[in-house]
Design a protein around this ligand. Structure first.
Ligand code: NIG
Ligand code: FE
Length: 389
C-alpha cells in the first residue's frame, strides 16, 4: 500500500478509452481504479483491487475520464444576452458582436477578468471538465491580449493567442496593418503566455492569406496551430489548417468533400462545437460524414458570451447525440479522448495507468445517461489530479 493512495471501488462501468478489443471507450464492468501521486496507478476487476489508504465507493455507478474542453473563450467582460434574444427573434449571427465584448473587456480590471475566468472554470469543474483550453481574443491590442493570456495561464497550460479574432474597429480600414501588429509586437507580448495560436478564418474576419501569414508567425515563435474554420460558411480554413499541420480545426460546420478528404488523410482533429449552432440557431455540423470518413472528432463548448454561452460538456454530448447523430459512445469519446487529441495531450482523456487521475463519478450506471438524461446534473463527484473536488 502506497501512502496517500486512493481506491475508487465498486465501479459499475469504467470508461478507460484504452481502445482495446475494438471498443473505443474500453469499457470495463465491475471495476476498480487506484490513484497514486495524482495518477492512475492501476485499473482492473473490483475483486482484485489492491489495498489503499482511502476508498471511494462508486456504488455501481459509471466512472469516466474528466471532460477535455479543447475550445473556450473565457477571458471577457459583460454579456450579450440581448444579442441572443434578438437571434431567437430571428436575427442572424455574424460575429459582429465580438467588438462589443472587446470594448467591455478592455474596460475591465484584471481582477474582474480573473473573477470571470475563475467562475467559469469552477462551473466547468462542477460539470466534469478537468482540462480546458482558454483563448484570448477580446483584447485585440498588445496590452489587452497579453494580459488576457497572462490571466488565462493562471488557470490552464493550454492557452491560445487569438489576436486574429476580428479586426478591431480602430483598424477597420487598414486590415494589413492589423495583421502586421498581430505578427509583430502583439505576438511577441503574447507568446510567453501561450501554447497555441488561433485565427478566425472566415468571411468578415481573416481571409486565407492573412490567416496563413499569422499562423506561420506563430509557428516560428514556437506556438502550435489551431483555427476557427468553416463556421459561418464554406471557405479555405479547414484545408489551410490541414496544410499547416494544425492540431485541430474548429467548428467545421460548412464542409466541402475536399475538406473532409483533407481531414481524413491527416493528423488534424475536427472539433465540433454544437453549443454555437444551438445558440445561433444554425444547422449543426455533419458529424456522421466526418466520422464515416475516418476523421478524428472532438466536442467542445466554445464557451463565450456571444455564440455559445454554455460551459457544459454534458449539454454538448447530448446535442451531439440528438442533433448530430453521433452515438453516445462516439460523443463521450469525442468529449474526452477527442479533446485530448485536439490538444495533442496524452496524459488526459483516458483512464489507463500513467494518465492523470482526472475522473468523473456519474449519478448513473452508464455513460449513456449523459445523452439519455439531458439537462440533469449527473456529475456526482469529480477527481482532479486525484483530488476529490
Ligand atoms: O467561436 N467564431 C468566432 N469566435 C467565437 C464567437 C465569439 C463571439 O461571438 O463573441 C466562436 O463562435
Ligand atoms: Fe470559438
Amino acid at each position: 500500500m502506497t501512502r496517500g493512495s486512493l481506491l475508487v471501488d465498486h465501479i459499475g462501468e469504467l470508461v478507460t478509452n484504452d481502445g482495446r478489443d475494438g471498443d473505443p471507450l474500453g469499457i470495463r464492468r465491475d471495476a476498480a481504479l487506484l490513484v497514486e501521486d495524482g495518477e492512475v496507478a492501476w485499473t482492473g476487476p473490483a475483486r482484485h483491487a489492491p489495498a489503499a489508504d482511502r476508498r471511494i465507493d462508486a456504488g455501481g455507478a459509471a466512472v469516466l475520464p474528466g471532460f477535455v474542453d479543447s475550445h473556450a473563450h473565457l477571458v471577457f467582460a459583460g454579456n450579450r444576452a440581448a444579442e441572443f434574444a434578438a437571434r431567437m427573434a430571428g436575427e442572424r449571427y455574424t460575429g459582429g458582436g465580438i467588438r462589443t465584448t472587446v470594448g467591455a473587456t478592455r474596460a475591465a480590471s484584471d481582477d474582474d477578468l480573473r473573477a470571470t475566468v475563475g467562475r467559469l472554470r469552477a462551473e466547468m469543474l462542477r460539470q466534469g471538465t478537468t482540462t480546458v483550453e482558454i483563448k484570448s481574443g477580446y483584447g485585440l491590442n498588445v496590452a489587452d491580449e497579453a494580459r488576457s493570456l497572462r490571466i488565462a495561464a493562471e488557470f490552464t497550460d493550454d492557452t491560445t493567442f487569438l489576436g486574429a479574432h476580428v479586426v478591431p474597429a480602430e483598424y477597420a480600414d487598414r486590415p494589413d496593418d492589423y495583421v502586421g501588429l498581430v505578427c509583430g509586437p502583439m505576438l511577441a507580448a503574447a507568446a510567453p503566455y501561450a501554447r497555441w495560436i488561433d485565427v478566425f478564418c472566415e468571411r468578415g474576419a481573416f481571409d486565407a492569406d492573412h490567416a496563413r501569414a499569422i499562423l506561420a508567425c506563430g509557428q516560428a515563435a514556437g506556438l502550435g496551430v489551431r483555427l476557427h474554420a468553416n463556421q459561418l460558411g464554406p471557405g479555405p480554413g479547414v484545408r489551410l489548417g490541414v496544410e499547416l499541420g494544425a492540431a485541430s480545426v474548429d467548428h467545421c460546420t460548412h464542409l466541402a468533400d475536399a475538406d473532409v478528404d483533407a481531414l481524413a488523410g491527416s493528423e488534424t482533429v475536427a472539433t465540433l462545437l454544437p453549443g454555437a449552432e444551438f445558440s445561433t440557431r444554425s444547422p449543426y455540423p455533419d458529424a456522421r460524414r466526418l466520422l464515416d470518413a475516418g476523421v478524428t472528432v472532438a466536442l467542445a463548448t466554445d464557451c463565450n458570451p456571444g455564440s455559445s454561452y454554455t460551459s457544459s460538456m454534458p449539454f454538448c454530448v447530448a446535442l451531439a447525440v440528438r442533433e448530430m447523430r453521433m452515438t453516445p459512445a462516439e460523443a463521450v469519446w469525442a468529449a474526452t479522448a477527442g479533446g485530448a487529441a485536439a490538444l495533442r495531450r496524452t496524459d488526459v482523456g483516458r483512464l489507463t495507468p500513467g494518465a492523470r487521475a482526472d475522473l468523473i463519478i456519474l449519478d448513473a450506471p452508464s455513460h449513456l445517461h449523459l445523452a439519455y438524461r439531458p439537462g440533469v446534473p449527473l456529475i456526482r463527484q469529480v477527481l482532479h489530479n486525484g483530488v476529490p473536488r
